[in-house]
Design a protein around this ligand. Structure first.
Ligand SMILES: [Zn+2]
Length: 152
């Protein structure tokens, strides 16, 4: 057996801000939000790449969502077209590279693949913005940091 995990791969821990932003989705009071929080917390022991959740990467108020829409970084205006972030059913996992978030597409897709594999193994129904229709073809992957859990 290999003696240390470090012989296999680097280990990571969720940062304080990431933990706080992750837990923000619990405001929904929904069981599925708790499942998503647990999935991300547990995934840190499996990920091949460090990641973070920035301030707007967890729960979003209507105003926060509207601001992102106005900036052109989200397709949901928060009113007519609501984001899963507004109901606490989504998180954005962003690769943490060289001590800062990286939205580099290749890095995001690498992380998305790892998180989807983890969730598949754990039977957690996650939709990824790297592959919205889940057909394994990333042509529709215009939001590769985004993950949402199926509501019940
Ligand atoms: Zn998102």
């Amino acid at each position: 057996m290999y003696k240390n995990m470090e012989d296999v791969m680097l280990e990571y821990k969720l940062g304080n801000k990431t933990s706080k932003n992750l837990k923000s989705i619990l405001v929904s009071g929904k069981e599925v939000s708790r499942i998503l929080v647990k999935a991300v917390k547990d995934f840190i022991d499996y990920t091949p790449m460090d990641f973070c959740i920035i301030e707007n990467g967890g729960f979003r108020t209507t105003e926060m969502q509207r601001l992102l829409f106005d900036k052109g970084v989200s397709k949901c205006d928060g009113i007519n077209n609501k984001s899963y972030h507004q109901t606490g059913l989504a998180v954005d996992l962003v690769p943490w590279i060289n001590n800062r978030p990286s939205w580099n597409r290749e890095n995001c897709l690498f992380l998305a693949g790892a998180f989807l594999s983890y969730c598949k193994r754990m039977k957690i129904p996650i939709t990824s913005g790297a592959d919205w229709n889940g057909d394994g073809n990333l042509k529709d992957g215009w939001d590769p940091c985004h993950f949402q859990i199926k509501d019940i």
